[in-house]
Design a protein around this ligand. Structure first.
Ligand code: BES
Ligand code: ZN
Length: 839
């Protein structure tokens, strides 16, 4: 057997007949599986995946013959190996296994989730999470994406519990209080997409999406929060049926909200599981950010029903394309549903985060070799989702939306029910567009890092070079789909170029204004000479995403030591009249970071600078929503309140936020901002009140809003109490890591939170699922003072984790980059700030 437990292709599963009988009270289950296999070559052994399962009876049949089989576990490789009494001939055969296992308390495999009902009784749900790859923890199977098979699932559960799975229920018998619920055969699909959920849940009536029934399953009492998901779910199914030109591959679509869930959501065919915050919401009571994050999650998972579920990667090295594509599609779909939310604008924040990681020496190529299951778990990161999604968006913009869709349709149609390699998509796109897609994409997928396009003076010579924060490898050449807009005497013309050499000259009059990365959706940075940048800003020709990119590129060049923080601050002052939400988002994020470069009096001055930049826009927007406000204007109001209140500490903003928080408001964006502002200046009473409100909240979003705010209080004692809570049973293990992250980011008390995390590391490590540990460490990247930074770096180095080691290494490198920026900037930025107004 190969070291990673890869299975040979001598035996292929065709159909699983699987029966699972969970005992929710005892947290155990028993199971029986009968697998129809196709034997490709005569063999005397059959290997399947199984992990933490007790295997009982094992039997193999071929035709009328029963063949004796002995099962042996190979725990190191997650395998059960059947040794047969005699050779199995090529052709059809059946493997039958009985097994038993424990319903896990972690958040993967077949696991337990709990909630307290209206009568204060603890209720238990059992659900599955099989990516990636954990089906082997629930039943013996060929647990690799390429072994697609049909699944016929039966659940034996206490009568009265809801039992759902990938397909519709087709039969139900009740005997002695046990219901035997059988589900229809699925399409041929991979094991990681198999799912079932059992528990005292409620199910809404179905909404029809062109013949597909969409329902939401939820804990009792939350039915009033399902309307949004039902409507959007149905929309997404209809939208993607049209986009892909292929019918929905499942027989129904259940969206299941689980109280305990490791990730955001999971695309099990026909039985999609979610964290509650990503599915259940009241559109009138949540902020646009909260609503959009749920909406994107719903659309993302539904996009996977075709891309991922119907057509699936051969092996986990292809996971990036699966996730990158769904990330691209979540925005395309949501943009069709609510164009006024301008979701592609917000995607710029994800792209910016990916551009940021990709400038680190610890970055990786997007497509990456995956040998073991643990390697697969490490792939779910910014480079997979955001870089992958960004390069697809860049390609789509450059090829044109219709041409791109043509290639996607060709690909999906060609590989329905089958498995693919990344290059199969490029080939289909090339076929549909006659453009060199593979040559372009290979340079983004198989090469780490990103290019910066530098403009040489006013001769329009441009040059590409790898962009890094620290002196490192500058090698690299990308085939760069470049959009450039030339403004010449009142006329503007967009050009679609391909920069495949190191340098090129753009043919334009010397006095023309040239916008590189026109539209702002490329995955590269642009470095303009200062006076060209000023000309572009003065001329007012930049679109919002181009202004976003300019601000983001500028801050990146501060981190790279190419320009000073003072220059960045000077440029930020040019944005006081800005009206666009996403530009403000990036500007405020970087101003916050800039404020971490200084301390003491200089920090006071820095706050005054930020107040001067954001104050006028805050004034213009006021506190009360106006009838004419679009959703983004309402969110902008919340953002500005938060910036002036939490970041700057402006007294009158804090006072007003207190009033809003006490009196309540019908404006969720202002309400969410007020929570953050009050926390940033909060008292013991506020802390206790927020904690109580979080516990009593009737909506999942309000619960988290108050919970996470606990990490932002301005007192060490309270921040430490928040940390205690995060690792206690009062906070679900799915949320604890994020609360710790907030506490670590606390400007004044992050160091104390760090000491807490360090001293409780064993609890942290064992309580949270391994995939969430990087989220905790992510909070430390601005702990830049010598003593604590040294401690963080040494401790993290001495305590390696099972999954996400690279992501953690990236956080540590980012901490070093921030420290280097402090080293360069603290003196000179402080001098500039204290010496008077900045430029
Ligand atoms: N397939 C993933 C879920 C997943 C993530 C499984 C990591 C195993 C490991 C799902 O499609 C997904 O991408 N979920 C995201 C949400 C999405 C909106 C980006 C998640 O869970 O964060
Ligand atoms: Zn996904």
């Amino acid at each position: 057997m190969s070291p990673a437990g890869r299975l040979p292709k001598t035996v292929l599963p065709r159909r699983y007949d699987l029966t699972i009988g969970p005992d929710l009270d005892a947290s155990t289950f028993t199971g029986r599986v009968s697998i129809e296999i196709e034997v490709r070559e005569p063999t005397a052994t059959i290997a399947l995946h199984a992990k933490d399962l007790d295997i009982g009876h094992a039997a193999v049949r071929q035709g009328a013959a029963a063949i004796g089989a002995t099962a042996a576990l190979d725990a190191d490789h997650d395998l059960v190996v059947l040794t047969l009494d005699r050779l199995l001939e090529a052709g059809a055969a059946t493997v039958e296994l009985h097994f038993a296992g424990a319903i896990s308390h972690g958040l993967l495999g077949f696991y337990r989730s709990t909630f307290v009902d209206g009568e204060s009784r603890l209720q238990v749900i059992a659900a599955t999470q099989f990516e990636a790859p954990h089906a082997r923890r629930a039943f013996p199977c060929f647990d690799e994406p390429e072994f697609k098979a049909v699944f016929a699932i039966t659940l034996e559960v206490a009568d009265g519990l809801l039992a759902i799975s990938n397909s519709p229920e087709i039969a139900r018998t009740v005997n002695g209080g046990i219901a035997r619920v059988s589900f229809a055969d699925t399409i041929p699909m991979s094991t990681y997409l198999v799912a079932w959920v059992v528990g005292p849940l409620e199910l809404t009536d179905a909404v029809d999406a062109g013949g597909v029934a969409v329902r939401v399953a939820h804990v009792p009492g939350r039915g009033h929060l399902t309307r949004f998901a039902l409507d959007l779910g149905a929309f997404a199914i209809t939208y993607f049926t049209g986009y892909y030109g292929i019918p929905y591959p499942g027989a129904k679509c259940d969206l299941v909200a689980l109280p305990d869930f490791s990730f955001g959501a999971m695309e099990n065919l026909g039985c999609v599981t979610f964290r509650e915050t990503r599915l259940l919401l009241d559109p009138d009571r949540v902020s646009l950010d909260e609503m959009a994050s749920a909406a994107l999650t719903i659309v993302h998972e539904i996009a996977h029903m075709w891309f991922g579920d119907l057509v699936t990667m051969k092996w986990w090295n292809g996971i990036w394309l699966n996730e990158a594509f769904a990330t691209f599609m979540e925005h395309l779909g949501l943009d069709a549903y609510r164009p006024e939310w301008k979701t592609w604008d917000d995607f710029a924040l994800g792209r910016a985060a990916a551009l940021d990681v990709d400038a680190l020496a610890t970055t990786r190529t997007v497509e990456y070799e995956v040998v073991t299951p643990a390697d697969a778990e490490g792939m779910f990161d910014l480079l997979t989702y955001q870089k992958g999604g960004s390069v697809l968006r860049m390609l789509e913009r450059w090829l044109g939306a219709d041409a791109f869709r043509g290639g996607v349709r060709l690909y999906l149609d060609r590989y329905r029910f089958a498995n693919t390699e990344t290059t199969d998509l490029w080939d289909a796109l090339e076929e549909a567009t006659r453009e060199p897609v593979r040559r372009i994409m290979d340079t983004w997928i198989f090469q780490p890092g990103l290019p910066a396009v530098r403009v040489d003076g006013d001769r329009l010579r441009i040059e590409q070079r790898r962009f890094t924060y620290e002196d490192g490898d500058r090698e690299g050449l990308w085939v760069l789909p470049l959009l450039a807009r030339v403004h010449n005497g009142g006329r503007a013309e967009t050009r679609s170029l391909l920069l495949s050499e190191k340098e090129m000259t753009i043919d334009a009059p010397a006095d023309a204004l040239v916008v590189l990365n026109a539209g702002g959706e490329g995955f590269y940075r642009v470095a303009y000479p200062r006076e060209q940048r000023d000309r572009l800003l003065d001329a007012g020709v930049l679109e919002p995403l181009e202004r976003f990119a300019l601000v983001d590129d500028l801050w990146a060049s501060v981190l790279a030591g190419e320009i000073s923080a003072e220059e960045f601050l000077g440029c930020a002052h040019r944005f006081t009249d800005e009206t666009d939400l996403v530009v403000w988002k990036v500007l405020i994020a970087h101003l916050r970071a800039a404020a971490r470069l200084v301390t003491g009096d200089a920090l006071e001055r820095m706050h005054a600078e930020i107040a001067a930049i954001v104050g006028p826009a805050r004034e213009r927007l006021g506190w009360d929503a106006r009838p004419a406000d679009d959703p983004r204007t309402r969110q902008l109001r919340g953002l500005m309140i938060d910036a002036l209140g939490s970041t700057v500490g402006d007294r009158s903003t804090i006072a007003r936020a207190r009033e809003v928080d006490a009196a309540g408001t019908r404006d969720p964006d202002v309400e969410a901002a007020a929570v953050a502002v009050v926390a940033s200046a909060g008292t013991r009473d506020d802390f206790d009140r927020f904690l109580a409100r979080s516990a009593a909240a009737s909506s999942p979003q309000a619960q988290l809003r108050y919970l996470y705010a606990l990490g932002e209080f301005p007192s060490e004692e309270m921040v430490l109490q928040a940390c205690e809570l995060a690792i206690s049973d009062e906070v679900r293990a799915q949320n604890g890591p994020f609360l710790l992250q907030r506490a670590l980011r606390n400007r004044e008390h992050g160091a104390a939170a760090w000491a807490f995390v360090r001293d409780h590391w064993d609890t942290v490590r064992t309580r949270f699922s391994p995939g969430l540990l990087p989220r905790v460490i992510e909070g430390t990247t601005w702990l830049v003072e010598d003593a604590v930074a040294g401690d963080v770096l040494t401790f993290v180095d001495a305590h390696p984790v099972a999954a996400g080691a690279r992501t953690i290494a990236q956080h540590m490198e980012r901490l070093r980059v921030h420290r280097a920026a402090v080293g360069r900037e603290r003196g000179r930025l402080s001098a500039a700030l204290l010496g008077g107004a900045s430029t």
